[in-house]
Design a protein around this ligand. Structure first.
Ligand code: ATP
Ligand code: MG
Length: 186
């Protein structure tokens, strides 16, 4: 299944990235190296978050607002966190509705006491639209392409049902699964 390529991730006020920070994502395998606590895991969490991750535990927090920069000795806390992900859509691989330009920008912003809002190419969209976009592109917040610290050990120890879900993501059918689940709820 073809994949939409990640081009750039921009973090503003997200966890330890208080000032706007760009991560250029080149072709092929991307590695992030740095000393303990410099924010490597926070970068991966930003990528999951902008794709619609809604479990605070997946962000190592107690609540969703914990992703907002909480302040440091010399810097006050922020009121919002924003992550922008720019995808290469020059091959027009994005689903219809997202397919009108060479670049597809997905932005998620969370504001204290307000919650999350999403935009694609500047237009307001629902969380679900963004989640489905990435589920169909088989990248997704739960994608097996993003390997969290400690996840290899979890995969080895996983129960068969949990392992099956991971394989379904890899096979690109989890978007179908989500739609079927929604149909069953109606
Ligand atoms: P390791 O090599 O130990 O895995 P890492 O590079 O993955 O480290 P992270 O876990 O990404 O590091 O970053 C941890 C840092 O992010 C800590 O210093 C923590 O205080 C900071 N941090 C997390 N959430 C926030 C927040 N909401 N506001 C400010 N700083 C935060
Ligand atoms: Mg880490």
């Amino acid at each position: 299944m073809p994949h939409l390529r990640f081009n750039k991730l921009r973090l503003t006020g997200f966890k330890s990235f208080v000032d706007p920070t760009d991560l250029i994502i080149a072709d092929g395998l991307t590695g992030v190296v740095g000393p303990n606590g410099c924010g490597k895991s926070n970068l991966l969490e930003a990528l999951r978050w902008v794709m619609g991750e809604n479990r605070p535990t997946a962000m190592r927090g107690g609540g969703m607002e914990d992703v907002i920069f909480a302040g440091a000795a010399t810097r006050p806390a922020r009121n919002f966190a924003e992550v922008s992900l720019i995808l290469d859509n020059s091959d027009r691989l994005a689903p219809s509705g997202f397919n009108d330009s060479d670049a597809l920008e997905v932005v998620r912003r969370i504001t204290r006491d307000v919650g999350s809002a999403y935009k694609t190419n500047g237009r307001d969209v629902r969380a679900r639209d963004v989640q489905m976009l990435f589920a169909d592109a088989s990248t997704g917040a739960h994608s097996p392409a993003l390997v969290r610290q400690g996840q290899i050990a979890e995969l080895i120890n996983a129960k068969p049902k949990a392992r099956r879900r991971i394989l379904e993501e890899a096979a690109g059918i989890s978007g179908l699964y989500q739609r079927r689940h929604e149909a069953e709820l109606k």
